[in-house]
Design a protein. Structure first.
Length: 69
């Protein structure tokens, strides 16, 4: 009886250790993704600013149909 309880406790401790490691790995992935998202947001902001500047410098033509329509 004692051996089966000890084996069960060992199994549970092992399971918890694996879960803890998995949680740590997932947390590292989430943190890396957060940094990637922040970097991409900064790049997007810069690109949007550049597009706005280009549109101000050379406005897009009207989308009127050509005269032969």
């Amino acid at each position: 009886m004692i051996d089966s309880q000890a084996a069960r406790i060992d199994s549970l401790e092992s399971h918890i250790a694996h879960q803890d490691r998995t949680i740590e790995e997932l947390n590292e992935v989430v943190l890396a993704q957060r940094e990637d998202i922040r970097r991409l947001e900064r790049r997007l902001d810069k690109l949007m600013s550049r597009v706005a500047t280009l549109e101000d410098q050379a406005p897009l033509p009207d989308n009127a149909p050509p005269p032969h329509y």
